[in-house]
Design a binder for this molecule. Structure first.
Ligand code: NAD
Ligand code: MG
Length: 402
């Protein structure tokens, strides 16, 4: 009989978190939930506690945690409610937990994901920002403590599937030694693929969050619309697959059926295809190296009929070029890019700055801050703090000017 895998889901109330629980619910004989966490969504977390009976539920917000505790007691459930950042790290590293799904959005996911790595867990990584910020430090911790890192970002999951099965992710293998000449990351192009530069000036947060192929959280939806998401994914691919920037090419593929491709020196190109549904990469990472049913509609190639591929437009989507630039500069540059982007996206969603101001702000912050080498996690966090403060300062002058 198969042994049961015990899971912590960091960010269980979000888009990735709920998709993960959907897959888990299809395989009760394989998975048991030990901990669920969220920022402040106590209503959704209560429903998840009723359905999945975890041992722990963690909320970052104190008021939300108090409400949840009362309702858990009222419902007679045996769930311990915890609150705060230390509790996130605790449930990410419980000895009974085998697998941690890292599905918190943004820099807030870095510490608990690293805690899981230090505890040698199998980590299913959605939280790309953690890897973008802390790349080298993160990968070193994964290697040092024998953690396993499996990508659930759809592109990286596709690459992982298309790489040689013995390709080592512990940084000792290189793509070239495995006969790989290039990684092709596909991008849908987002909701503004065909929007003119002048029209982009006036797009709203609602338009930016209306992705044509995927339903996702608001932050990654805006990142997809600016194509900064693809830039973050280039950096993510660099660390996950030990791939130099020059070996990673972005191709726009509006149908979102081919999730990425690996090109080999003999001319072969291997790709992974599926309907755009995150339950496919989540199920693959959950069951790896086996395959399990994910509830995803089978792909009908006759219905798809056409697959298009075009070059990205770096004039309308300069964020992608900024990410390549940050990757090539190295050191704290990716952490600075990520922090500036998080500040800019929050301001855009709050109607404080325009859509086109997002990459402008990132560019200005990258130009203003001296870039340092990264030796420790503290170097990463101080770059993150400095970038947020410069971004907020520059944004104020931007708002005054507009
Ligand atoms: P989301 O906004 O839907 O959910 C985020 C989750 O994190 C929620 O449970 C929320 O409560 C929690 N959270 C938010 N801020 C927090 C904080 N400060 N501290 C603790 N918890 C916090 O986001 P999402 O779309 O599910 O994305 C999650 C991550 O997965 C992101 O890094 C995103 O880039 C990545 N990702 C998402 C998709 C997708 O299809 N949604 C695809 C690929 C990668
Ligand atoms: Mg992706």
């Amino acid at each position: 009989m198969k042994s049961i895998s015990h899971l912590t889901i960091l960010g269980s109330t979000g888009s990735i978190g709920t998709s993960t629980l959907d897959v888990v619910a299809r395989h009760p004989e394989r998975y048991r939930i030990l901990a669920l966490t969220a920022q402040c969504q106590d209503n959704i977390l209560l429903e998840q506690c009723i359905r999945f009976a975890p041992r722990y539920a963690v909320l970052m917000d104190e008021g939300a945690a108090m409400r949840l505790e009362q309702r858990i007691a009222g419902a007679g459930l045996n769930v311990e409610v915890l609150c705060g950042a230390a509790a996130l790290e605790r449930v990410a590293s419980l000895p009974e937990v085998d697998t941690v799904v890292a599905a918190i959005v943004g820099a807030a996911g870095l510490r608990p994901t690293l805690a899981a790595a230090r505890a040698g867990k199998k980590i299913l990584l959605a939280n790309k920002e953690a890897l973008v910020m802390a790349g080298r430090v993160f990968m070193d911790v994964v290697q040092k403590y024998g953690a396993t890192l499996l990508p659930i970002d759809s592109e990286h999951n596709a690459i992982f599937q298309a790489l040689p099965h013995n390709y080592s992710r512990d940084h000792t293998d290189s793509l070239a030694a495995s006969g790989v000449s290039k990684i092709l990351l596909t991008a849908s192009g987002g909701p503004f693929l065909n929007t003119t530069l002048s029209a982009l000036q006036h797009v709203t947060p609602e338009q930016a969050c209306a992705h044509p192929n995927w339903t996702m959280g608001r932050k990654i939806s805006v990142d997809s619309a600016t194509m900064i998401n693809k830039g973050l994914e280039v950096i993510e691919a660099h660390w996950l697959f030990n791939a130099p920037a020059d070996a990673i090419q972005v191709v726009v593929h509006p149908q979102s059926i081919v999730h990425s491709l690996v090109q080999y020196v003999d001319g072969s190109v291997l790709a992974q295809l599926s309907n755009p549904d995150m339950r496919t990469p989540i199920a693959y990472a959950l069951a790896y190296p086996e395959r399990i049913e994910a509830g995803v509609e089978p792909l009908d190639m006759l219905k798809v009929a056409t697959l298009d591929f075009v070059a990205p437009d770096l004039i309308r989507f300069p964020g992608l070029a900024l990410a390549y630039q940050a990757l090539r500069i190295g050191g704290t540059a990716p952490a600075v890019l990520n922090a500036a982007n998080e500040v800019a996206v929050a301001a855009f969603l709050n109607n404080q700055i325009s859509f086109l101001a997002i990459p402008r702000l990132i560019e200005d912050v990258l130009a203003d801050l001296p870039i340092a080498t990264v030796n420790t996690l503290e170097d990463v966090f101080s770059a993150d703090t400095a970038a947020r403060s410069v971004a907020n300062y520059l944004m104020k002058s931007m708002i005054c000017l507009s």
